[in-house]
Design a protein around this ligand. Structure first.
Ligand code: FAD
Length: 497
């Protein structure tokens, strides 16, 4: 409520925020979480909380009047459609050179993502977080994160027999015939539930085309894991449809936090001010960076250092499809949850998920999201004239990612006698190089903050989300975001409270 006073205020309810809230509450601290998106805990008139990917309605996008599907063409035809403006679950946030997809709502990215829960290879860790003790991460914090998130791997026998993963088996065959290591990718989807979906004994979700705009069953989003545990402590309150706009020093070493209450059209219905002993920035790489860059530039947090806004990367995301021969169908039934990948990280700087194209029809396409070692880093800056934060990423900066992905797919195409699809991202366009699902950085650990996420210049302010990670995790990022948050909050609870 307006005028309230809280011990710990957490901005955002994604991975970093949920870890911080749970561990603070377990340490006896009262926590208030502020989330700009909706609660996503109540079914709509169709009985479902989330809409399906093939039939997007107002629940799909954050304040848009037309969908902006990541894969926006099929057979050369645009597939986007008009929708009513609403505080939907997926934000396609557009900057000059890149569209950044993010989850909006209680649970953050866990609501919309594929649930792929990948721990980076130990030998790659030093390049990901150079100032963090790898022994501690691999002995303690990665296992803790994997347990807290409920990570597991598909049963290989079921994988080999189910029609729903034919697309992955085709991906495996082509990878192995070209000499690439094929790996199973762990996920937070409940694999037992998925097998029951296939058997027809439970309501389908992953096998009913649900992904991107939320899964109604089966996926262990943060609402079911960290946030459920946090709520059970009785010390965590969550305010959905509240957007933090300012954090500034108050008397007694405390902070004044200003937030706007939104209605489902995105209109501001109230402005509230609270004071907090400590504030945890967990608004995601983009959300945290935008707040910090604005607050430094406008003088609200004048002591933040010049590293704020820097070191942002796209985790090297790039997508492509291959056109298979007619004797290599990928199946009209495809699970939306990827479970496998091609690891050419060592030789070509790419890790490619074998991704589904769950259109409900046979497409003869193999589809991939590659995570590559793209070296480019962008910076967020404040534009006083427009009152907006900008990001200077250039579309051409994806070229190293394309080259690394080609280290896999040129070889497969040549071995199989196949070609790239040119109809998925426009007409005659091979590479999906216009977006990222994995924004990382902007308040990098050891630069904008100390080695545990304490922001320089303002004691009591912390960053706990993907903004800490300098642009790349070599694999899908949320396990690393979670593990780093577990590490940092343990230190902060032990030394600062
Ligand atoms: P987030 O999870 O983004 O949470 C930040 C929260 O803060 C959001 O809920 C946001 O609404 C809220 N917020 C922002 N600004 C404010 C504000 N000013 N006031 C109040 N609240 C605010 N990663 C994987 O590891 N595996 C995958 O399979 C995978 N698939 C993905 C698929 C898609 C479509 C997308 C979009 C992402 C995917 N990711 C995946 C990425 C992963 O979801 C993110 O890396 C992760 O969610 C980031 O965690 P975070 O804690 O940094 O922030």
């Amino acid at each position: 409520a307006d005028g309230a006073s809280v011990a710990a205020l957490v901005i955002g309810t994604g991975y970093g925020g949920s870890v911080a809230a749970l561990r603070l509450a377990q340490a006896g601290v009262d926590v208030h979480m502020v989330e700009m998106g909706m609660a996503w805990d109540t079914p709509a008139s169709d009985g479902k909380i989330f809409c399906s990917t093939l039939e997007p309605d107002r629940r799909s996008y954050w304040l848009r009047t037309r969908t902006k599907a990541p894969l926006n063409y099929f057979l050369g035809f645009p597939i986007d459609r008009d929708i009513p403006r609403y505080t939907g679950v997926l934000d396609a946030e557009e900057f000059g050179g890149i569209t950044v997809y993010q989850g909006r709502g209680v649970g953050g990215g866990s609501l919309v993502n594929g649930g792929m829960a990948v721990t980076p290879k130990r030998e790659n860790f030093a390049a990901i977080l150079p100032t963090v003790n790898a022994d501690e991460m691999y002995n303690l914090y990665y296992p803790r994160a994997n347990a807290g998130l409920g990570v597991s791997t598909i049963d290989p026998a079921w994988f080999d027999s189910t029609e729903w993963y034919q697309f992955s088996r085709v991906g495996r065959k082509h990878a192995q015939r070209s000499g690439f290591p094929f790996v199973f990718v762990p996920d937070v989807y409940d694999w037992d539930y998925m097998e029951q979906e296939a058997a027809g004994t439970v309501t389908k979700s992953a096998l009913a085309g649900e992904i991107l705009y939320g899964n109604n069953h089966g996926k262990k989003s943060l609402q079911k894991t960290y946030l459920a545990q946090a709520r059970a402590t009785g010390r965590v309150a969550i305010s959905p449809l509240h957007k933090v706009t300012s954090v500034a020093p108050a008397s007694g070493g405390r902070y004044t936090v200003v937030m706007e209450q939104l209605d489902t059209n995105g209109a501001v219905t109230a402005t509230k001010t609270v004071t907090a002993d400590r504030v945890f920035f967990a608004a995601g790489s983009v959300g945290t960076s935008k707040l910090l860059v604005k607050l430094k530039a406008t003088g609200a947090l004048p002591n933040l250092n010049g590293e704020v806004g820097r070191g942002w990367g796209d985790n090297g995301n790039v997508m492509c499809g291959r056109a298979n021969h007619l004797w290599d169908p990928t199946g009209s039934h495809q699970s939306t949850i990827p479970c496998s990948g091609i690891d050419n990280w060592a030789a070509g700087g790419a890790f490619a998920e074998v991704a589904p194209l769950p259109t409900g029809i046979e497409t003869f396409a193999s589809f991939y999201l590659s995570i590559t070692k793209n070296p480019n880093r962008a910076q967020f800056t404040w534009n006083a004239a427009t009152g907006a934060v900008e990001l200077n990423w250039q579309t051409a900066w994806k070229q190293p990612s394309i080259d690394m992905a080609k280290s896999i797919f040129d070889k497969i195409n040549s071995k199989e006698g196949t070609i790239y699809r040119t109809d998925l991202f426009g007409t005659y366009k091979i590479w999906g190089d216009h977006l990222t699902y994995h924004p990382l950085g902007g308040a990098v650990l050891g630069k904008a903050t100390d080695n545990y996420g304490r922001l320089a210049g303002h004691p009591g302010l912390y960053v706990v989300d993907g903004a800490l990670i300098p642009g790349n995790t070599s694999v899908n990022p949320f396990v690393t975001i979670t593990a780093l948050a577990e590490r940092n909050i343990e230190k902060i609870i032990a030394t600062d409270l």
